[in-house]
Design a protein around this ligand. Structure first.
Ligand code: F6R
Length: 298
C-alpha cells in the first residue's frame, strides 16, 4: 500500500542493473502515473537527496552485494524511506537489508557480464508494474497485453537466440573497428546504453549509447564510414528514428539495425538487419537486448 500511495519513487543501481532500472522507471511511470527518478547508487549515496519518510526507494542488483548500491539503500533507510530490493542472489546483503523485495531467480551469472539478469530484471519490472497497476485500477488494456505477452516471451526469446549464426556473421564485418555508437529512443534508449556497455565489457571495443535524437547535439560529428552505428528500431516512434537513420546514412556511417519492424525502407538504409519479434513496448527491451548481447559476444 505504501508503494501505491507514494507520490514519488527513486530507483538506484549500478551498471547494467542501472539500465534495467531506467526501463523500470519508464514502466512504473507509464503504468502508475507516478514520478520515478533513477540514480546511480554511487552518486545517490553521496548526494543530498530529498528522500524522506514518504519516499519509496527501489534498488536493483544482480549480486545483491554491490557496495555503492548497499550504501545507497542504507542511506535511504536512515532517512525513513521504504526500501525494496530486486536481487538475483538469494540471501545477499541487499536482500537482507531492504524492507521488502523480489528475487529475479535468473540462476547464477557465470560470466562477468550481466546478461540473463538484465532481461529478468526488465521482466520483473513488468510484473511489479502490472501488479501495482492492477491494485490501482490503472489502464486495464495495457495490463492485459503485457500479461498475454509474458506468456509468449520464452518462445520469442528462443527465436532471437536461434539467430546466433546470423549475428556472428555480422560481427565478422566489424572485428577491426575501434568505436561503435548505439542509438535508440524511448524504451530502446536504455537498451542502446546496455548494448554499448556489453560491447566495451566483452569485446574491449569503445562504444557509446545515446538517445537517437541527441546525436545531432554533438556525437554526429564523429560519424563517418569508420563509425558503425547500431540503431534499435521498434514500432513506437518508428518515423522519428528513421529520420535519425537517414542522418547517419548521409554521413556514410555503417548501419546495423535491430528491428521489430521489417520493411524495404529499413533494408535500404542498413548494411545489416537483425529482426526481432514485436511485443508490447514495455517488454520489447528483452527482445532487442539479446541480439546486442550476442553481437558483443561474437
Ligand atoms: C555489466 C555488469 C555490471 C553490473 C554492476 C552492478 O555486465 O555486470 O555493470 O551490472 O556492477 O552489479 P549488480 O547488479 O550485481 O549490483
Amino acid at each position: 500500500q505504501k508503494i501505491l500511495d507514494a507520490n514519488h519513487i527513486y530507483i538506484t543501481a549500478c551498471g547494467t542493473s542501472w539500465h534495467a532500472a531506467l526501463i523500470g522507471s519508464y514502466i512504473i511511470e507509464e503504468l502508475l502515473n507516478v514520478p520515478v527518478k533513477v540514480e546511480y547508487a554511487s552518486e545517490f549515496r553521496y548526494r543530498e537527496t530529498a528522500v524522506n519518510t514518504d519516499s519509496v526507494v527501489i534498488c536493483v542488483s544482480q549480486s545483491g552485494e554491490t557496495a555503492d548500491t548497499l550504501a545507497a539503500i542504507r542511506k535511504a533507510r536512515e532517512k525513513g524511506a521504504l526500501t525494496l530490493g530486486i536481487m538475483n542472489v538469494v540471501g545477499s546483503s541487499i536482500a537482507r537489508e531492504t524492507h521488502c523485495g523480489v528475487y529475479i531467480h535468473a540462476g547464477p551469472e557465470i560470466g562477468v557480464a550481466s546478461t540473463k539478469a538484465f532481461t529478468a530484471q526488465v521482466t520483473i519490472f513488468n510484473l511489479i508494474g502490472i501488479l501495482l497497476a492492477q491494485k490501482k485500477n490503472s489502464d486495464v488494456e495495457i495490463i492485459k497485453t503485457i500479461i498475454n505477452d509474458l506468456g509468449i516471451l520464452p518462445r520469442l526469446v528462443q527465436s532471437v537466440l536461434d539467430q546466433g549464426n546470423h549475428i556472428s556473421a555480422i560481427a565478422q564485418d566489424f572485428i577491426d573497428v575501434e568505436n561503435f555508437l548505439y542509438l535508440g529512443r524511448g524504451y530502446q534508449f536504455p537498451v542502446a546504453l546496455e548494448g554499448a556497455l556489453k560491447l566495451k565489457e566483452i569485446s574491449y571495443i569503445h562504444a557509446e549509447g545515446y538517445p537517437a535524437a541527441e546525436m545531432k547535439h554533438g556525437p554526429i560529428a564523429l560519424i563517418d564510414d569508420n563509425m558503425p552505428v547500431v540503431f534499435i528500431v521498434t514500432h513506437k516512434g518508428y518515423d522519428k528514428i528513421v529520420s535519425n537513420i537517414q542522418e547517419v546514412r548521409a554521413r556514410g556511417g555503417k548501419i546495423i539495425i535491430i528491428s521489430s519492424v521489417m520493411n524495404k525502407e529499413l533494408e535500404n538504409y542498413s548494411d545489416h538487419i537483425i529482426q526481432v519479434p514485436k511485443i508490447n513496448h514495455c517488454l520489447q527491451p528483452v527482445l532487442t537486448t539479446i541480439p546486442l548481447q550476442i553481437l558483443a559476444y561474437h
